[in-house]
Design a protein around this ligand. Structure first.
Ligand code: UTP
Length: 293
């Protein structure tokens, strides 16, 4: 087991999903039959992490409840002899050592990450956004942890996105490929217009950060949208010649942004089609449905 801790920011307002997120965090929206955040916790566990801090906000008690055990439900399933469901229900409370801290006000992703400082201490740590799913068949975090161990740099995950979507992301300027498939990041811009974007490489929701990022975040001023942006702190690390620097691991696998409505629907369809228990019923229906469009 790696000693690295993981931080999952899940304190955003989820305005794109209103009214569903009025009283429920978007990280609890079900993707097939598991809330999005459980996939993210399972991904961290698969990468060898067993200590996870979730940053929660208003209406986020559902998240901590989900990772608690529910004895009355377990007893009921046991009595009914429903061992499959019992196992699945117990799994979420048995995954890892999960801690929670409140963000108070959602002042931005950088501010959320800074709330992890006391728990993380003076060690490198992973950040996994609670609404961003990486398919378990395409391990990314393990590769990022290896890149961090090799370089000591802050490691970000990058993905090529089409020009029409680039304004939705932080975007990296890089200086080409190195031998290990990681690129040196020379600068970062939060949500640029297509004309101002330094590349087509967008920052997606996985990071492996050195503790030096906390000092930078302490003095990072609100940026785009009046929020304290993690991208702005990483831009400072990328351009500081005396600091650890930033490298990017370019991801070419399957990723689902469940905070976006269309991507959320795609995630459910893609993951359900591939499931042994659902795919056989769903595939012919989908073909028929698509044929009628
Ligand atoms: P997003 O920008 O996707 O989340 O943040 P949001 O603000 O909730 O979304 P919309 O645009 O209003 O629909 C990315 C991740 O960072 C977390 C979010 O919960 C999400 O997992 N976040 C964002 C925080 O924890 N705190 C913040 O202040 C902002």
């Amino acid at each position: 087991m790696s000693k690295m801790k993981a931080v999952i920011p899940a304190a955003g307002l989820g305005t794109r999903f209103l009214p569903a997120t009025k009283a429920m965090p978007k990280e609890m929206l079900p993707v097939v039959d598991k809330p999005a955040i459980q996939y993210v916790v399972e991904e961290a566990v698969s990468a060898g992490i067993d200590d996870i801090l979730v940053i929660i906000g208003r209406n986020k008690n559902a998240i901590s409840d989900h990772f608690d055990s529910v004895p009355e439900l377990e007893v009921r399933l046991q009595q009914k002899g429903d061992h499959g469901r019992l196992e699945r229900v117990m799994k979420s409370s048995d995954l890892a050592d999960i801690h929670f801290v409140r963000q108070g006000e959602p002042k931005g992703l950088g501010h959320a990450v800074l709330r992890a400082r006391t728990h993380v201490g003076d060690s490198s740590f992973a950040v996994l956004l609670g609404d961003d799913l990486i398919d378990e068949r395409d391990p990314l975090l393990t590769e990022m942890i290896a890149a961090h161990e090799r370089t000591g740099a802050a490691v970000i995950a990058l993905m090529q996105v089409p020009a029409e979507s680039i304004h939705l992301y932080g975007v990296a300027a890089t200086d080409g490929d190195d031998a290990d498939g990681a690129v040196r990041v020379t600068g970062l811009v939060e949500k640029p217009s297509a004309g101002d974007a330094p590349s087509d490489l967008a920052v997606i929701g996985r990071y492996v950060l050195p503790p030096a990022v906390f000092e930078v975040l302490e003095r990072t001023q609100p940026g785009k949208g009046g929020e304290i942006q993690l991208t702005d702190a990483l831009q400072e690390l990328a351009t500081d010649p005396d600091g650890p620097g930033v490298v990017g691991v370019v991801f070419r696998g399957r990723r689902y942004d469940t905070g976006d409505r269309v991507d959320y629907i795609k995630a459910i369809v893609q993951l359900a089609v591939d499931r042994d228990d659902l795919g056989a019923d769903l595939r012919p229906w989908l073909k028929d449905f698509a044929g009628g469009l």
